[in-house]
Structures are given as structure tokens and as C-alpha cells.
Design a protein around this ligand. Sequence first.
Ligand code: SF4
Length: 349
Amino acid sequence: MSALSAPSTINANATAPFAMAPSTSKASIGSPEWAARIHSLAKERDAVILAHNYQLPVIQDVGHHVGDSLALSRIAATAAESTIIFCGVHFMAETAKILSPEKRVLIPDANAGCSLADSLTADQLRAWKAENPGAVVVSYVNTTAAVKAETDICCTSSNAVEVVASIPADTPVLFGPDQFLGAHVRRVLKRDNIKVWGGECHVHAGINGAQLSAQAAANPDADLYIHPECGCATSALYLATSGAVPADRIKILSTGEMVTAAAASKSRKVLVATEVGMIHQLKRAAPGIDFRAVNDRASCGYMKMITADKLMASLVELRDEVHVAPEIADRARGAVQRMIAIGSAGGGE
Ligand code: SF4
């Protein structure tokens, strides 16, 4: 257990009050005293703490709200507080800033990036568009603000199929950056005018079909919850259609949908194919179910950069602030709002 600091008073206008930096508190991380100190600081800062499902359990437990990226952005946009502490990765905090430009958005570590968002830059997207005039650009929400500004409609893993289906069937589509989600959309819509960018998340790509098949065989009584970004999504659909695993045991779900499904499930065991942080939230939603990770090493190092110490420091020092240039934010906002308007955009990663 680590010891943490606790400033006795807070100057709401301070920007880097190192006198208040974490160093002196005896409250152990995760203890009720520590959580109370975090919440007290948040109140003094007029801040709401949002925690993504892939965060460390201690961060999930202390967050005012826990959820997927889109749900958290929606909460950020409607929250009464003037400051958002976004415990997630940078593109998520950017999306919150795009939807709430008047609010101060902080991320406890601005270096918390995303390999999927990094796999498509704005320059690459501009070049791709130039090669494909007339195509409609659909980007998964795991993209930078600059890429969203070049996008016609963003999508989540929940509504990717509906978003692409909303585009006239004879209009070509550029889908990026996630190749697995793009392949899923192309397969479901049986549409051959969708070009898919070859990007991937290193964590989800590391969950493969062989692991899934082996675990499905070893646990014949278990349901399978699979995120469509995972490298095993194709195998999951094959397992379902081949009859190797009954189709009703395989559920392709966004992270938000996993929590909803778990809460309503009568299953006793569920294999989960996504980042391992998700297990904590699923156990909270359904304590009676035995949840097991398909790959227990599928942990996102970027997400785990948000530590308890950094959260405390963010509250004390008001860092790291997320900025999005107004002209970028204005263009990106349209793509995000179109995403929210289409289908059940209830969950992102
Ligand atoms: S799990 Fe993958 S997609 Fe999600 S934040 Fe980490 S690197 Fe990005």
C-alpha cells in the first residue's frame, strides 16, 4: 500500500501548488479515507471524476461515473460541474472537450495515448480521401480530434453497422481505423463498397481466435462476450455459424453492452474477450457470475498509466489540461453529434 498526500486547503485558482502535492497523507490508496479525500477535493474543484471501464479497479471504484467512452462523454456534456477529470486515454478526454468546449477537461496523465487512435493520422486520412473522392468517411470514436475533424460520421462499436447502413448503398465508404470492426461491418451489411483502414489496437489484436476456440471448448457451459475490436471476432462468428459453439452463447458487445448483458444474465460463467479491466465492472454488475478473461494478459498499458497518485495530483494541481483548437473542435463536433443521432450509440470502447 502506498501513502498519499492530502492538502489541507485548496486554492481553486491554483495551477501548480506543489506545496499541496501528494506526499503527506497517511490514507492508504483505496481506503475509505483516501476515497473521501479524493471526493472532497473534487467538490472543492467543482469537478466530476469519470472512469473508463479499463481503468485500474481503484480508479473505477473512486470515479463518480464508470462507463465506456461515449457514455462518459455524454455525462461530461451534461454534468453540472465545471471541471471534468477524465480517467481514460487522451482521445476520450478530447471527445469530452469537443462536446463540452466551455468546461475544463483534465486527464491525470496526458501521455495516456492509444495505439488504435495512433494508427490513422489526419494527414493519412486526407490522402485516403483524396484517392477516393465522393466516399463518405466513417471513423470509430477511437480517433484523435484532428481525425474526427476530417470525418463525416463517427461511430461506436454499438452503432457502427447502423451508421454505415444509414449511408446510401451505392455510396462508397471509407471506414477506419479499426480493421476488425470494419470487417465486422462489411460482413454484416454484405456490402463490397466499404474500404477498411488497416489499423488495430495492440491489446485487442492480441486476443486471437485460437485462444477463444480453446477456451470455448474447455468451458462448454460458458457464454462468450466478445468486443468487435478483438482479433477473435471473426473466429467467434465462425464458431457460431459452424455450430461448434451454439450461436446464442456468443454475444458481440461493446463494453457498455457487456455490463447491461451481465446484469440481466442467468449464466453462471462468462468468457470475456476484451481488455481485462472490464472484468472488475462486470463482477460489480453480476457478482454471482464467474467471469474469465480469454487472455488475462490483455491489459492496456495506456489505460493503466492513470494511477491513484496521478489522480490525486490532477485534482491538486489541475493537470493535465486537454485543449482542442476551436476550429478542429467545431468540425469534429458535427461528426460526433451525427454518431449520437444514429441508432443505439450507447457504448464505445
Ligand atoms: S485498449 Fe487499445 S483501443 Fe483501448 S485505449 Fe488501449 S490501445 Fe486504445
